[in-house]
Design a protein around this ligand. Structure first.
Ligand SMILES: [Zn+2]
Ligand SMILES: [Zn+2]
Ligand SMILES: [Zn+2]
Length: 265
């Protein structure tokens, strides 16, 4: 077996070349005392003699841009020895003031989107793409998603060209970014309120409960936004809006009355 250099962790053993890795051979009293190893490739990038030299002498390599992630996209990183293991080290791509809700890892900018640092060594599934259904993600949106929160309602376009509004969230078991259409809980029956074709209504309309709670999308010529509906469903009052009734303009705040009907006051 070829010896490639002194082990940088124990400084006693030699790294020997095996089929898929370089491994320290330090043994005392028939016990393997150092488990340090370096795989021969990381994310499809083969370790070159220069990289090996840098790891053994400087504990980290230069930055290379031809690592390839699970989805076939290239990414830029160096390799670094941290606590006896090879880790990726990413340059100035770290998004400030946010950590992955799943593993507490840093969030990194990549060409394809934003990924948890541990996504690249397959220990975490958190990855947010640059855009979903034509809507480009911002780092404020990414901060909400990777910390396990819902975004506000955003505008999207379906593959059929139809515009729709939804909140985004990351499914905490599959790490898929998913749409959520719910505006809030029904104040009458605690069902879910959605935007229906002609009004905002309760999903229990079709169940045995036959809940008839609705909010019309327009009142006195004012078109309610999704945010307005969310406020009403929380039992709160909107800020001041402008209305029109029989050629007269007036202002007021929207809220739900005791019969769960939308009123202006
Ligand atoms: Zn060693
Ligand atoms: Zn993570
Ligand atoms: Zn209901």
């Amino acid at each position: 077996m070829k010896r490639v250099g002194t082990c940088p962790i124990c400084n006693k053993g030699e790294l020997l070349e095996f089929e898929d890795k370089f491994q320290c051979n330090f043994v005392e009293n028939n016990k393997q005392l150092c488990n340090f190893f370096i795989y021969k490739s990381y994310s499809k990038k083969i370790i070159t003699p220069e990289m090996l030299f840098d790891l053994l002498h400087n504990y980290e390599t230069k930055i290379y841009s031809d690592f390839v992630d699970d989805k076939g996209e290239k990414f830029e990183a160096a390799l670094k020895i941290v606590h006896g293991y090879i880790n990726y080290k990413f340059g100035n791509q770290i998004v400030d003031n946010v950590k992955c809700v799943n593993c507490d890892g840093e969030i990194l900018r990549t060409k394809q989107g934003w990924g948890c640092e541990n996504y690249f060594n397959r220990k975490c599934g958190m990855f947010i793409y640059r855009s979903y259904n034509g809507t480009v993600m911002t780092e404020d949106i990414v901060r909400l998603l990777v910390t396990g929160n819902y975004t506000p309602f955003l505008n999207f376009t379906s593959k059929q060209g139809i515009n729709f509004q939804a909140k985004l969230f990351v499914n905490d078991s599959t790490f898929q970014v998913q749409f959520d259409y719910s505006l809030g809980d029904c104040p009458k029956c605690s069902g879910t309120v959605l935007k229906m074709e002609k009004f905002f209504g309760c999903t229990n309309y079709l169940s045995d409960i036959k809940c008839d709670f609705i909010i019309w999308p327009s009142i006195f010529d004012y078109n309610l936004s999704f945010i307005d509906v969310e406020i009403l469903l929380r039992g709160d009052q909107t800020d001041v809006k402008s209305f029109r009734w029989k050629d007269k303009n007036f202002e007021g705040r929207l809220s739900l009355d005791e019969n769960f009907k939308c009123k202006v006051s």
